[in-house]
Write a protein that binds this ligand. Structure first.
Ligand code: UGA
Length: 468
């Protein structure tokens, strides 16, 4: 990693603002995973970008080119984009850009519906910021929102706060984002498609921006209505989540079927070009800030239209039960969990992130504690974020040896690279009883079952009988 010996411009004082660019090509409001990566990527590709966020601590960190969360290559991107990228907590600066992207969060409410609070605040702030603008600013919603949100929520709020008229004084588009945490930088610089929902006039403005940005590398693009664009994003996430729940269901069948292995089944069906192999890795279920929230929101939205969307519902049901499968296996193996020491390897919702939102580890650990187990846990990057959400009873350790030492059972929850190289003897030599439950199919069953009492999601329980 390169050294952070310079800092981004922070446009917090008016005198500084005047000394810097008075106009930027784009403003990006909301500097979370999507917003910050998008802002830095656009700047690296040559656009003048102002990143805006109401959280001044976050702005201050970014101004020193420190990423506020763990994301591979993001700090390098912040360095590479330094010349074109400024940050501020003054949202009114958005008024200086022709195109304003909204990338604020849309978390779940307790009933599963989408929370619009942050989006409404951002839309109103944009409305105030563009009030005196005469050059037809374009507001682009990149946040994941249920169909109808651009037209029924965002545009009316902007009109109300600005006194301007949509279509005459300002434009608006829906332009969902498909980046994945852990590969956010690559995904943003190399999108597989662009989906643009808006009127002909507004879509043309955004299209010409992207053509300038990507040049010859312009991805395939669909121009459509805002509602279609919004629904593409929800359907995309729900479909991928459904693939995961589908293979996890097949995994459960494999566990009771002599000599069955879900990995072979996934390879087999994945060779069918109509299905494909991706998102067919059986495991302990999906987590993160997107799939659970978006599938729930789609379910809620569909219900509001009078349709239950049973596949969407089943996707959530399978995912609800799947993490607990690991606890069930541990309970069977150890004849109950009371007083047993269980070592958890991996806490983040997936590798290469420190994000603990909806991580399945939380559910597994809660269940283990409730059944009286003593839990120690390791993660290469997420110990700090995990400490904010896990029960104090969990012993969080930075050395995986300390995590495994003296344990009755180890449970592999997140498939970090550094766990891949661990040999079965490493577990055996540290553990009190060498019971390993591979929740992410990281290890070779033949090799591991020779040394350990090895069980895995989607593997016939008889086939992996211990020989140690
Ligand atoms: C997901 C989508 O992949 C992105 O396209 C989308 O832009 C993003 O949500 C979003 O809406 O913002 P992300 O949540 O970062 O991205 O992570 P994924 O790589 O999709 O993984 C989600 C979960 O599914 C993880 O818990 C992962 O462990 C699990 N998973 C994934 C499986 O259990 N099996 C698989 O085969 C693949």
């Amino acid at each position: 990693m390169r050294k952070n010996n310079m800092s981004l411009a922070v446009l917090d004082q008016s005198e500084k603002m005047d000394a810097l660019e008075t106009k930027s090509d784009v403003s990006i409001i909301g500097l979370g995973f999507v917003g910050l990566t998008t802002a830095a990527a656009f700047a690296k590709l040559g656009m003048k970008v102002i990143g805006l966020d109401v959280d001044s601590d976050k702005v201050s960190k970014i101004s020193k080119r420190v990423a506020p969360f763990h994301e591979p290559q993001l700090e390098e991107l912040l360095l590479d984009s330094e010349k074109n990228f400024s940050v501020s907590s003054k949202i009114e600066l958005a008024g200086r850009s022709r195109i304003i992207f909204l990338t604020v969060g849309t978390p779940s409410r307790s009933d599963g519906s989408m929370e619009t609070r942050f989006l409404i605040d951002a839309a109103r702030n944009v409305g105030s910021a563009i009030k005196s603008s005469t050059d037809y600013p374009l507001v682009v919603v990149k946040s994941t929102v249920v169909p109808g949100t651009l037209l029924k929520v965002v545009i009316p709020e902007i009109e109300d706060a600005s006194g301007m008229t949509y279509g005459t004084d300002f434009g608006a588009c829906s332009n969902p984002e498909f980046l994945r945490e852990g590969s956010a930088v690559y995904d943003t610089l190399n999108p597989d498609r662009l989906i643009i929902g808006g009127t002909k006039k507004d879509s043309a403005i955004l299209l010409s921006f992207y053509k300038r940005l990507f040049g010859k590398k312009m991805p395939k693009t669909i121009l459509t209505s805002p509602s279609n664009a919004e629904l593409v994003k929800y359907s995309n996430n729900a479909f991928l989540a459904m693939k995961i729940s589908f293979i996890n269901q097949i995994a459960r069948i494999c566990e009771s079927l002599p000599n069955a292995d879900v990995q072979i089944v996934a390879e087999g069906i994945g060779l069918d070009k109509r299905i494909g192999r991706s998102f067919l890795s059986a495991g302990l279920g999906f987590g993160g800030s997107c799939f659970p929230k978006d599938v729930k929101a789609l379910q809620h939205f569909s219900k509001s239209l009078g349709y239950d969307a049973p596949i969407v519902e089943a996707t959530m049901k399978v995912n609800h039960d799947q993490p607990l499968r690991a606890v069930q296996i541990a309970e069977e193996k150890l004849n109950g969990l009371e007083g047993k020491k269980v070592a958890i390897l991996g806490l983040a919702f997936k590798p290469d992130t420190d994000d603990m939102r909806e991580a399945v580890s939380v559910k597994i650990i809660e269940e283990l504690l409730q059944k009286g187990a003593i839990v120690s846990a390791h993660d290469p990057k997420a110990l700090k974020t995990a400490s904010l959400v896990l029960d104090d009873k969990v012993q969080l350790v930075s050395d995986k040896k300390d995590c495994l030492r003296g344990s009755d059972c180890a449970l592999l929850v997140t498939e970090w690279d550094e766990y891949k190289t661990m040999k079965p003897e490493f577990f055996r030599d540290l553990m009190r009883s060498p019971v390993l439950i591979d929740g992410r199919r990281l290890y070779d069953p033949t090799q591991f079952a020779k040394v350990l009492d090895y069980s895995a999601i989607g593997l016939d329980r008889g086939a992996s009988k211990t020989t140690c």
